[in-house]
Design a protein around this ligand. Sequence first.
Ligand code: FAD
Length: 259
Amino acid sequence: MSIFVFDDQVGRIELLEHMGTDTSIVAAARISYEGCQLTSSDTHLLRYLMRMRHTSPFEMCELKFKVVAPIMVARQWMRHRTGSFNEQSARYSELEDRFYVPDVEHIQAQSTTNKQGRDANPVRQAAVVRDVMIQTNEDAYRTYQDLLSQGVAREVARMVLPVSIYTEFIWKVNLHNLLHFCHLRADPHAQYEIRVYAEAIVYILERKFPATTLAWKDYVRDAVTLSAPALAVIKGDDVERLSKRERTELLDQINNNFF
Ligand SMILES: Cc1cc2nc3c(=O)[nH]c(=O)nc-3n(C[C@H](O)[C@H](O)[C@H](O)COP(=O)(O)OP(=O)(O)OC[C@H]3O[C@@H](n4cnc5c(N)ncnc54)[C@H](O)[C@@H]3O)c2cc1C
């Protein structure tokens, strides 16, 4: 299964192979043999494991992907230390002329509320910015080629290339750590360019581990955690910390989310 994540038909993620199914997780939890079909009691147990954060049975399943991503996405990806990576070497082989350039709608202004994020709408001169990016990539790649043709080593010549150039790597990870990756990177706080890969992984998981993915959405991704102060307010123990109106708003929010 291979999914292109950008319109450029370059950035993509491919599931190369995987080990295990929803039933392997249940079998591991019971220390028993794996059945062919997931029974309703299996599903119940699987959801219990997810809910109680009994994580080790999920580690019994493994997935191996091929990823083609811009270097700045790969950098964020490789911060996830619990998988195994093998990346193409730009010392060994020449990098191809493949750069990620955001579509106009993704060239937004710096967010004023989130120092790490973008505003919702594209900047007015987004098309011009996009042209500048394309031109810069072309200039950098031309210089790279010039240096190579002058006999400069690949490991040195690559230093002129921007982080938007595509790299490729193989990633092997167990299901528990993969879901952790998706929790962080399919989240709206993650940068759009890695989020699309994480969303593609969720799509793949829905097909390969449907019951696990549903349990993960229910008990992790879409769950709400309440802090101790918020809980104190809800229980009415510490009402002074919020005005009457604020308390009503909070209770409205809770009612809308939970009931
Ligand atoms: C929205 C967002 C913004 C970010 N911004 C920044 C940033 O500005 N700067 C920056 O440097 N990083 C940033 N990161 C990266 C982030 O700090 C983590 O390094 C990255 O998300 C990997 O998460 P992880 O450690 O949980 O995952 P993994 O490395 O896969 O680890 C999984 C879990 O294993 C455990 N673990 C693994 N290794 C260790 C260890 N050595 N010691 C203790 N426990 C360990 C931890 O419980 C960890 O949660 C950002 C991440 C996100 C999602």
